[in-house]
Design a protein around this ligand. Structure first.
Ligand SMILES: [Zn+2]
Length: 65
């Protein structure tokens, strides 16, 4: 509706379209999120390790719902 990306509830991966998370294959999303990080090299990123991220992409920092 607002054209904003939606965030995967399980891993916070942000996608613009589609119903399945490319990172963890979950199908539950929310558009209520705040802030994001772009992970370019998950294998070299401390944040990625902490968040359990294995795939390059944009991730929400916080989900509010
Ligand atoms: Zn996910």
């Amino acid at each position: 509706m607002n054209g904003k990306e939606k965030a995967c509830r399980a891993c916070r991966f942000l996608i613009e379209e589609g119903d399945k998370c490319p990172n963890c294959n979950e199908t539950s999303f929310t558009t209520f999120w705040r802030g994001y990080v772009v992970i370019l090299k998950p294998e070299e990123s401390e944040i990625a390790k902490r968040m359990g991220i294995t795939k390059t992409g944009k991730y929400a920092l916080r989900l509010s719902r």
